[in-house]
Design a protein around this ligand. Structure first.
Ligand code: BES
Ligand code: ZN
Length: 904
């Protein structure tokens, strides 16, 4: 296996101005002719004449010529992953190639493949080389002109990037279409679709008054389920105009829904391809969460048109340039549409359960990695979600105005080019300096060192702030002593301090914000913060950039206990905090913190402690009593929304619980943690029976409202069902059972989830009813597969095996695979059974899947990555499952993950 290194990046020796293709699609193969217009690159690193390297995978090369003259065996060298032309001309030339490919048997879902009779493509990151010989590197932008030929009857619709400039009939019942894309683009943004599709069309008028045709293409019969996606696209387009001043640049925008797709969706220029589960939806067929997800993914892919397509990535080490930034943009979009604080809480919960876990394990890597083997393995939560957090920190530190100036500068400097993460940071740095030189830094937007900020891109691992405080109750002085460190990660034993924007607040006894003076302790601090004391909204933004920082707040009321310390408000940085705050202080914050995120976080800390205590066999009665009281107040507080109630009462995820155990020096025991969560829900469900019953009735009034209305009431209903069913409430069990037959997918799925963990007749009949109703809708049936695979009782693995053999299970659809095997991985008692049977089963399945679809297999293999964190027995059995996998014949993708997991 070869390792690709950032340090080895060199500009291409030959520039590529045009990629002209003719793609002939046949019933059992395809032929692709390409004409590539090259010219020596004056900025090339190597001395001329450099060889020309063309990538090509699983291609039968039929001919190769330069300017019409065939190339002979001595002119080229062929290998398994491409062709090298030894001495190309040192002037502009056209390379002509013809290759034959096999889309019908392509189960990798990369390159050109067939999904349910539909020809479709997926080229990011390196799929274009499975279609034709090509340099296939993101820094080569060329103009594409593509002629597609296919049978008229089976492929009436022929789509590609750009504008359709010509169509016509051919002999033998065939036809063709020619597409021209005026925007030069890297090959990973190429897309082609041919098949029998139904279309929904709507015009959109841009801010400058141009009309864009928005076209959604779906399988025949699916037209009724396109309204939500179409409306979402229009909202996204309008939002990008209003917030970023960015307008769409072509006359049409196409989205195609396909059933077989490795990822969620792909931003190919003017021809987005979507996993059908992220397009087809209405209130009867999708949950509230799915509708919001679809809206955000449609927006995400649309936003890439500027942050990704117009400005693309120089190399794959810069992936977060487009993905982190675009996630930040889609998060802002969802926050604007549906409320910032709840959206932030959901994103933080997800970050903690996925990215923090990645950062603490064997596959940890920086936002800008410096080496990889298989690039597909690097579409990670670190690149995406931590990358978005890094951008968000810039936004927090600089403020909206300066950040937007930086964005505008980034776009104007780099439009039409292939850029690096540092190009982005440099634009922000320029805007920051402008702002600091004119208005000067302010308390809300303090000065910081950009050079040091850049460490966020290069250091893996989650920084930890250890905080000690000293309270002088007589003088009313609070001192904070903050130690910053980042744990070692593979290949990075030593870390340096990063720039941590830390938003804090002090919450007084009655809940009122306190706003003391802040004394700078060191000369540097004094210099850095020649600032007026400022507590906008009771919060203060501190920049913690040293390994050790001392801060003193003076002028606080003298009292015995220190004021409650609200930290990391709005989750101002992706860090962990270590400080011992007593239960009473957290309860106070849970009751009074004016920052919704910090308030939620206080509750999460209490819940984590409660679950952890139960998992060790001794529930903390006093803590639980406090929780019950706090929750009772939350349930009855008229100033709180149902959405806030639902969020404040949600238990932390399983991954977070495991982390909390590790942080407390206890080897996590997943089945015990899972069981502890269940018994805690049962206890809360009993102790809060009467307010929950009352609230359930209130929620019920809103059930019938359509998304986004009513979603908070439905979510809270699900939580109450869950707690009350766990507490054995027979009438709620019946109510949930009935909801599965109702008209709302959200309620049906919440009901199934609430019944999920209980081996009750109602659960089985609910599951059977859901299956009977939706068995002909694969997208919906996948959620049934996931529920069945994760039911934590009964004959575990045997049931999973039956699901894999189920007549409606499609082993070539990643959605189905993830539903069943992902469901198993989330089934703590079965997957983590102490005899290792769950791990062995998973390893066998991954090895088999890897033969068909390496991308999906290697992503799944990461469920075995945390073996070191468990106790000796589990650790050994999980490790041996990895070794079993390592002994199998594996793709480079899966091998890279397995080796990372096993490395010392
Ligand atoms: N560019 C990616 C899709 C992609 C990733 C294609 C990896 C090939 C390999 C796309 O923009 C994306 O990020 N999609 C996400 C959803 C998004 C909302 C975070 C996905 O597919 O999960
Ligand atoms: Zn993306």
């Amino acid at each position: 296996m070869t390792t690709v290194r950032l340090a080895d990046y060199r500009p291409a020796p030959y520039l590529l101005s045009r990629t002209d293709l003719t793609v002939r699609l046949w019933a059992d193969h395809a032929v692709v002719e390409a004409a590539l217009a090259f010219a020596p690159n004056p900025a090339a690193a190597e001395p001329a004449p450099a060889p020309l390297r063309l990538a090509g995978v699983d291609l039968a090369v039929e001919s190769l010529a330069i300017d019409g003259s065939p190339l002979g065996p001595s002119d080229i060298a062929k290998d398994a992953v491409g062709v090298t032309i030894h001495q190309p001309p040192q002037r502009p030339f056209v390379l002509q190639t013809r290759v034959r490919i096999a889309p019908h048997t392509n189960t990798t879902l990369e390159g050109l493949y067939v999904s349910g009779g539909l020809f479709t493509t997926q080229c990011e990151a390196e799929g274009f080389r499975r279609i034709t010989l090509h340099p296939d590197r993101p820094d080569l932008l060329s103009r594409f002109r593509v002629r597609i030929e296919a049978e008229q009857a089976s492929c009436p619709v022929l789509l590609c990037n750009g504008n359709c400039v010509e169509t016509g009939h051919l002999e033998g019942g065939r036809h063709y279409a020619i597409w021209d894309d005026p925007f030069p683009k890297p090959s990973y943004l190429f897309a082609l679709v041919a098949g029998d599709l139904e279309e929904v069309r709507q015009p959109f008028t841009t801010a400058s008054g141009r009309t864009v045709q928005l076209r959604l293409h779906v399988e025949p019969g699916d037209r009724p389920y396109t309204g939500h996606a179409m409306a979402s696209l229009q909202r996204a387009m309008r939002w990008d105009e209003q917030r970023y001043g960015l307008e769409y640049d072509l006359d049409e925008y196409n989205i195609v829904a396909v059933r077989h797709f490795n990822m969620g969706a792909m931003e190919n220029k003017s021809l987005n391809i979507f996993n059908s589960k992220l397009v087809l939806a209405d209130g009867e067929t999708a949950t509230d969460g799915e509708l919001e997800r679809i809206e955000s993914v449609i927006a995400h892919e649309y936003f890439h048109n500027w942050t990704g397509n117009r400005i693309t990535c120089r190399d794959w080490f810069q992936l977060s340039l487009k993905e982190g930034l675009t996630v930040f943009r889609d998060q802002s979009f969802t926050a604007d549409l549906h409320g910032a604080s709840l959206n932030r809480i959901e994103n933080v919960a997800m970050l903690r359960n996925t990215q923090f876990r990645e950062d603490a394990g064997p596959t940890a890597h920086p936002v800008q990695p410096d080496a990889y083997q298989a690039i597909d393995n690097f579409y990670t939560t670190t690149i995406y979600e931590k990358g978005a957090e890094v951008i968000r920190m810039l936004h927090t530190l600089l403020g909206e105005e300066t950040f937007m100036q930086g964005m505008a500068l980034y776009v104007s400097r780099l439009d039409g080019s292939a850029a690096t993460c540092d190009d982005f940071v440099r634009a922000m740095e320029y805007a920051a300096n402008e702002a600091w030189n004119t208005g000067g830094p302010t308390a809300e937007h303090p000065r910081f060192d950009f050079e040091q900020f850049r460490r966020w891109y290069h250091q893996a691992g989650t920084p930890v702030l250890q905080i000690q405080r000293h309270w002088d109750g007589e003088r009313g002085e609070l001192e904070l002593h903050i130690l910053q460190h980042t744990p070692a990660t593979p290949g990075q034993p030593q870390k340096q301090p990063v720039v941590v924007p830390l938003a804090i607040g002090l919450v007084g006894q009655g809940g009122a914000p306190l706003t003391p003076r802040l004394d700078a302790e060191t000369p540097e601090q004094a210099k850095a913060s020649k600032l007026p004391v400022c507590w906008g909204h009771g919060s203060r933004l501190l920049v913690i950039d040293q390994a050790e920082t001392r801060l003193r707040f003076t002028g606080l009321p003298s009292q015995h206990h220190p004021p409650a310390l609200s930290l990391l408000r709005q989750f101002s940085a992706p860090v962990k905090l270590e400080l011992g705050r007593p239960v009473a202080e957290l309860v106070h914050l849970l009751a009074h913190d004016s920052d919704p995120l910090a308030r939620w976080d206080a509750g999460q800390l209490l819940l984590r402690r409660a679950v952890l205590a139960r998992s060790q066999g001794h529930g903390d009665g006093q803590l639980e009593d406090e929780l019950v009281d706090a929750f009772a107040r939350i349930l009855s507080d008229p100033s709180l929304s149902q959405a806030s109630r639902a969020v404040l009462l949600s238990l932390p995820g399983q991954a977070e619980l495991e982390d909390a155990a590790s942080d407390a020096g206890i080897a996590p025991d997943p089945p015990a943690l899972f069981a502890a969560g269940q018994t805690l829900r049962q206890h809360l469900g009993q102790a809060l029976a009467s307010p929950l019953r009352q609230l359930l009735q209130d929620c019920q009034q809103q059930w019938a409202l359509s998304w986004p209305e009513g979603q908070a009431d439905r979510r809270l209903t699900g939580l109450i069902w869950n707690w009350r069913i766990t507490a054995g409430d027979a009438s709620v069990i019946e109510q949930a059972r009935r909801a599965v037959d109702g008209a709302s997918m959200s309620l049906a799925r919440l009901a199934l989830a609430a019944l999920q963990c209980h081996d009750l007749p109602q659960r089985h009949s609910a599951s059977a009813a859901f299956y009977a109703r939706w068995q002909h809708k694969p997208v919906i049936l996948d959620s049934w597969f996931a529920l069945e695979a994760s039911a934590p009782f009964g004959d575990g693995l045997a049931r999973v095996q039956r699901l894999l053999e189920h007549p409606r299970y499609d082993p070539n659809a990643p959605n189905s695979v993830r539903a069943v095997l992902g469901g198993l991985a989330g089934n703590a008692p079965v997957f983590h059974a102490s005899d290792g049977s769950g791990y062995r089963f998973m390893a066998e399945q991954i090895a088999a899947l890897d033969q068909r679809n390496p991308i999906t297999a290697s992503r799944l293999a990461k469920v075995l990555s945390r073996w070191r964190s468990y106790g000796p027995e589990r650790s050994a059995t999980m490790r041996s499952a990895l070794e079993q996998l390592a002994a199998a014949e594996l793709s480079p993708n899966t091998r890279e993950v397995v080796e990372q997991c096993l490395a010392d």
